[in-house]
Design a protein. Structure first.
Length: 375
């Protein structure tokens, strides 16, 4: 009689041995459906309130395909140049191609990110262009969702940030000549810029995808365009660093030799003018010495001029080309958030939370009943 009353009152155990009592499970769900419904509606309403205040995010980017330098064309040019005694391959040397896996590190490097931060962009509601740093720091008006998160979920961290004293950039007595000094505010903006950029490299195809997310579509497109240009410049700079340094050295040496040639020419022809009608063994010996020095200067100058041309061809040869598979364009639709999807997930999560609550309470009571019956 007691067991029958317990079953009718819903106090029967939810778990019998190692099996689930479906009858009790049905009674529990039938009794707690209102609790599940109210929990799902509450979570759904909270999700809607949060999603409404989440700012829109727009994505812009490009897909590029880096290629090696124009070796085939310049090889034919090198064959023609060899007929004139110009050895192009000797100016190229051993050059290492930059691995594609290094491209993200180039994009996220401090110099490139700093350029993106300090570059001028056009912002909505601003009549003149300004840097991202000025816009980000000047936009001090926090949204409702930011304030809600700051003073609820992140309240302990908000208090810690308010009490924490900002340390100095460099301790006294530290040599600052080779150090990069970054303030706390600048570090915050640099972190924000890095979080806006996404770089993906396909090792099989060699395609490089660079994307930028921002709250404004025009800002996303402008920053993506600049980031792609900086990546191309960094790749070219690395690929041609050796031959470019060689070109600069040979051009500087050619400039010096030009001055030496002018000086030797000046001394030689001045001597000829001064000793035009004079015949003497000593003057003939001096003339031959000056003539030899002049001819040597001419030969050195011509040799350096040839090396300069070789170096310029080598720079062209090692300069990689880029194919723009997908150019940067201003996005017309937002990338995030997908409010309908988030609302549906919120509703589904509320239902699961309600089920977890009702079934958890029933399971706790069932375990407690089994424990009391045994002891």
């Amino acid at each position: 009689m007691v067991e029958k009353e317990g079953a009718l009152s819903g106090e029967e155990s939810l778990i019998k041995g190692d099996r689930l009592n479906l009858k009790v499970l049905f009674l529990v769900l039938n009794k707690g459906w209102k609790r599940i419904l109210y929990t799902a509606l509450l979570v759904f309403v909270l999700t809607i309130l949060v999603v409404i205040f989440i700012p829109n995010r727009f994505e812009a980017g490009a897909v590029i395909l880096p290629k090696a330098g124009g070796a085939s064309q310049l090889d034919r040019l090198g064959g023609l140049a060899s007929l004139a005694g110009v050895n192009i391959s000797s100016m190229v040397g051993e050059t290492s191609e930059l691995p594609p896996d290094v491209y993200p590190a180039l994009v996220y490097s401090y110099p490139n990110v700093k350029k993106l931060m300090e570059a001028e962009y056009n912002f909505k509601g601003v009549s003149h262009s300004m840097s991202f740093y000025e816009w980000f720091i000047g936009d001090s008006v926090s949204s409702f969702s930011d304030k809600m998160v700051r003073y609820t979920i992140r309240l302990p961290w908000t208090i810690m940030d308010a009490l924490k004293k900002e340390p100095g950039l460099v301790e006294a007595g530290t040599d600052q000549s080779d150090l990069i000094l970054i303030s706390k505010r600048e570090a915050k903006v640099l972190k924000e810029v890095r979080s806006m950029i996404d770089v993906e490299v396909n090792s099989k195809t060699g395609l490089v995808s660079l994307r930028v997310e921002a709250e404004e579509p025009l800002l996303a497109a402008q920053m993506a365009q600049l980031a792609v240009a900086q990546l191309q410049e960094a790749i070219v700079r690395h690929q041609t660093s050796q031959v470019a340094n060689n070109l600069a050295f040979v051009e500087e040496r050619l400039k010096e030799q030009r001055e030496e040639l002018r000086e030797a020419q000046k001394v030689y022809f001045e001597f000829l003018d001064a000793n035009r009608n004079r015949v003497a063994e000593r003057s003939d010996l001096r003339q031959r010495e000056l003539n030899d020095a002049y001819n040597l200067a001419v030969q050195l100058y011509q040799s350096l001029a040839e090396q300069v041309e070789q170096a310029r061809i080598a720079v062209k040869r090692e300069t990689p080309a880029f194919s723009i598979i997908e150019p940067v364009s201003v996005p017309s639709e937002k990338f995030f958030p997908r409010r309908s999807l988030v609302a549906a997930l919120g509703l589904l999560g509320g239902v699961f939370l309600g089920l977890f609550w009702v079934l958890g309470v029933a399971l706790y009571k069932s375990i407690k009943m089994n424990w009391e019956s045994q002891y």
